[in-house]
Write a protein that binds this ligand. Structure first.
Ligand SMILES: Cc1cc2nc3c(=O)[nH]c(=O)nc-3n(C[C@H](O)[C@H](O)[C@H](O)COP(=O)(O)OP(=O)(O)OC[C@H]3O[C@@H](n4cnc5c(N)ncnc54)[C@H](O)[C@@H]3O)c2cc1C
Length: 589
């Protein structure tokens, strides 16, 4: 398709705004801000960027409304974090599943719950205080429709009463959590289906995403895999007309006649972006949940910012909410998220390199920082977040709710990120140290493919001092002093003798670290969610820095801001909302 005169007008202000914010535009964005493509390679009514939890509902709804739809995905596979997820979907408001099990809910109750300023977590952080009212109203009003849409498009939910297992920040009034059944789909973690005996009762993200993939194909959505959006094309001060995509080094220009929906999944792997909200999140936090299956590299946000978009709800990212930062479940591998263990059959195992050793009992290890010093009670966890009856008794918008929370100061994460006092940001590498007896108790096999020796996420030695000397890898920014590690281990062994951890109060330390060989396994906290993102209105339209709609640009899921809630309900529902509105737009020339 040849460009018309109007198409040739182009914004340049967005990239300047990015530069002022100290941010690099995504590759290609600066050039594209100055020059529209001479011709479009592909055209569709609606272009959805990102084939994950928000992108699929967006693509299907738009297509079923009659629009032609291109679904553009950076990875060679669909699903994003959504397919890696637990498939726990807290869509409430009076869904058919809630009704079946006699749970009374309404959109007004969802709205009230998710805007209640008085609700706090066990660390005192307020879950819902900074939620944007317009965005929550839209979510509340579309939650039931989204749930029924998922069911109508092949998602099978486990047939049991909605509960509170797996989601977070879903409100105090009623249980809302439904669970997508894994069914016969192969999981991305293992590459194989689960035992048929548990397929209808086990929750998994592939039980959500695979049926949606099938429904999208059936509806006639066209998929473009390995197409990574690098820039948006916007008329000067006007409409977004399309996107520029990188397809294995080849540039593809794609025109969107009604609009572009950004469903790119957030910013948690982009170190510079995430550090705008939390400077502690330096590069050694290199095993974000959902990686290496998909990245949340802020490419949607950066492209939209280059086109003039505003961010929204920054506190929601800075605050500490439940699993947003998580203690690892697996150690000795780069990717240690507790509910995502990569196994050799997985399609991304070559990128994950190792499964990690699942820690059953944190009494079996001590954790040390880069200087070989313990920093916390290893059995501690991160905070939990707010759910049905987390506050009991609960009264809407009553300041006394904050008094009915059981406070829990035990946060391993804050101690892990505290650093070594070298004046630098970020906590640096964290290592679990243990011995051969621990290996036997945990029934670990401390060899590849369980541990990642090749990239320096796991070390072994016959003495503690030799172990410290061996710990050389890119995130260990200072050498670990061998004597310091030996002193730490000797002191801890003394605590086992006395039965008291005088330093950090670990409940009755049980096991000495004394039987060679000795091991050091990567044990970093894991970043989970993105809760900051593009400013949108209730229709999912992206808003600029002056509060105006950017015509033809929509956003949903973790790429959108203003909504502090973990996961799939927000993503699926916002995809659904954005599609309803973009499909209703006039087709531009
Ligand atoms: C291990 C794990 C377990 C989870 N469990 C739950 C749970 O049980 N319940 C719950 O509610 N939530 C859960 N979540 C969170 C939930 O999966 C995410 O919030 C949700 O998937 C976000 O949807 P999204 O569409 O915004 O992003 P995603 O689902 O990640 O999809 C984004 C897609 O965009 C693609 N993309 C990114 N950039 C580009 C680009 N420039 N061009 C083209 N494509 C691009 C990505 O590759 C990806 O496929 C879990 C997450 C993880 C990682």
């Amino acid at each position: 398709m040849t460009m018309n005169r109007r198409d040739l007008l182009r914004s340049s202000g967005g990239v300047a705004a990015l530069a002022a914010a100290g941010l690099a535009a995504p590759r290609g964005a600066a050039a594209q801000a100055r020059r529209m493509p001479a011709k479009w390679d592909r055209t569709a009514d609606v272009v959805v960027v990102g084939a994950g939890a928000s992108g699929f509902p967006a693509a299907i709804v738009a297509r079923e409304t009659g629009a032609s739809v291109l679904l553009v995905e950076a990875q060679p596979h669909i699903g994003g974090h959504g397919i890696c997820s637990g498939g726990n979907v807290p869509l409430g408001g009076g869904t058919s599943l809630q009704k079946k099990y006699g749970i009374e809910d309404s959109s007004d109750l969802v709205f009230r719950d998710l805007t209640d300023w008085s609700v706090v977590e066990p660390n005192g952080f307020p879950d819902y205080r900074f939620n944007d009212r317009e965005i929550i109203r839209a979510f509340a009003d579309n939650s039931v429709a989204t749930f029924e849409f998922l069911v109508a498009h092949g998602v099978i939910f486990v047939d049991k009463a909605p509960d509170t297992l797996g989601g977070s920040a879903v409100g105090n009034s009623v249980p809302r959590e439904a669970h997508a059944a894994v069914m016969n789909w192969a999981t991305v973690q293992t590459g194989a289906p689960l035992d048929p005996a548990v397929q209808a009762t086990t929750s998994s993200g592939n039980g959500l995403l695979r049926p949606l993939e099938a429904a999208a194909k059936k509806a006639g959505v066209e998929f473009l895999l390995e197409h990574r959006m690098v820039a948006l094309h916007r008329e000067k001060g006007g409409r977004v007309l399309g996107i520029e995509v990188d397809n294995r080094g080849r540039t593809v220009q794609i025109r969107a006649r009604k609009g572009v929906v950004l469903a790119t999944g957030g910013s948690s792997t982009n170190v510079n972006f995430r550090r705008m909200f939390d400077p502690r999140l330096t590069e050694e936090l290199c095993g974000v949940a959902g990686q290496p299956y998909a990245n949340q590299d802020a490419s949607g946000e950066l492209a939209a910012m280059a086109a003039g978009a505003s961010l929204w709800g920054g506190y929601n990212q800075t605050g500490e909410f439940g699993s947003g930062l998580t203690k690892p479940g697996q150690i000795g591998s780069q990717y240690g998220y507790v509910n995502l263990k990569w196994m050799p059959g997985s399609p991304v195992f070559d990128k994950a390199r190792a499964s990690g050793l699942t820690v059953r009992d944190w009494q079996d290890v001590i954790c040390v920082n880069m200087l070989g010093q313990r920093f916390y009670d290893e059995t501690g966890r991160q905070f939990t977040s707010n759910n049905y009856k987390s506050i009991d008794p609960y009264t809407y918008a009553n300041y006394r709710n904050a008094m009915n929370i059981k406070y829990n100061p035990n946060n391993w994460i804050d101690a892990a990120l505290a650093g070594i006092g070298d004046g630098k940001n970020g906590g640096g590498a964290i290592w679990a140290i243990f011995d051969a007896d621990a290996v036997a108790r945990e029934k670990w096999d401390p060899n590849p493919p369980n541990v990642d020796i090749s990239q320096g996420f796991f070390f072994k030695a016959d003495t503690i001092t030799d172990l410290a000397k061996k710990i050389v890898m890119k995130y260990q920014r200072v050498p670990m002093p061998p004597d310091a590690l030996a002193t730490t281990v000797a002191r801890y062994n003394g605590f086992v003798d006395s039965g008291t951890d005088e330093d950090f109060g670990k409940p009755k330390p049980l096991y000495k670290i004394a039987s060679p060989p000795f091991y050091a396994a990567w044990s970093m906290p894991v970043i989970h969610d993105t809760r900051v993102g593009l400013r949108i209105n209730g229709s999912g339209q992206v808003i600029d820095m002056e509060g105006r709609v950017i015509p033809g640009l929509y956003s949903c899921g973790e790429t959108a801001g203003g909504f502090s809630q973990h996961g799939l309900a927000r993503a699926t529902c916002q995809g659904y909302i954005a599609a309803k509105h973009v499909a209703a737009e006039k087709t531009s020339a």
